[in-house]
Design a protein around this ligand. Structure first.
Ligand code: FES
Ligand code: FES
Length: 168
């Protein structure tokens, strides 16, 4: 039985208590209870990547991840990366490269790219293609998305340079 209980979720650096069964998909709690609409419902089967969030920094498909799995872990959604007035460099890069048509895949692309750049600040084309290969884009925006990830790497490197400069 998936009886409702008070569940404590750590999302984007804040603690939230929601009333839900532990087997409820994390995506439903994020979108319906916490009004975080960055993660999208695409296939609902773990296949397309539109619902990707970071679970302790690891790209995770929230449509097939239950609340039980998320308990005690840090969930980051697109809303946790940046704000409208202070975008995260990965968000900035996707805008600068106009890497979207309908935009439905972008949440998954950006979250996956962010996790990749955290691990590998200067990924090769092959690495980016491999990492994003399970995020589906029906509009065929792949070339722009590839460019956006490289641009994000440059923006992040520049930002690191500025911070190092400030410390000197
Ligand atoms: S909606 Fe989750 S992978 Fe497609
Ligand atoms: S831009 Fe439409 S699905 Fe990727």
């Amino acid at each position: 039985m998936n009886r409702p209980a008070n569940l404590t979720l750590n999302v984007n650096g804040a603690t939230h208590v929601v009333s839900a069964g532990v087997d409820t998909p994390l995506l439903y709690l994020l979108r319906n209870d916490l009004a975080l609409n960055g993660p999208k419902f695409g296939c609902g089967l773990g296949e397309c990547g539109a619902c990707t969030v970071l679970l302790d920094g690891i790209p995770t498909r929230s449509c097939v991840t239950t609340a039980r799995v998320a308990l005690g872990h840090e969930v980051t959604t697109l809303e946790g990366l940046g704000t409208r007035t202070a975008l995260h460099p990965v968000q900035q890069a996707f805008i600068l490269e106009q890497a979207a048509q309908c935009g439905y895949c972008l949440n998954g692309m950006i979250m996956t790219a962010k996790a990749l750049l955290d691990r590998d600040p200067h990924p090769s084309d092959d690495t980016i293609r491999r990492e994003l290969s399970r995020n589906l884009c029906r509009c065929g925006t792949h070339v722009e998305i590839l460019r956006a990830v490289h641009r994000a790497a440059e923006l992040l490197a520049a930002r690191r340079g500025e911070l190092e400069g400030e410390r000197v």
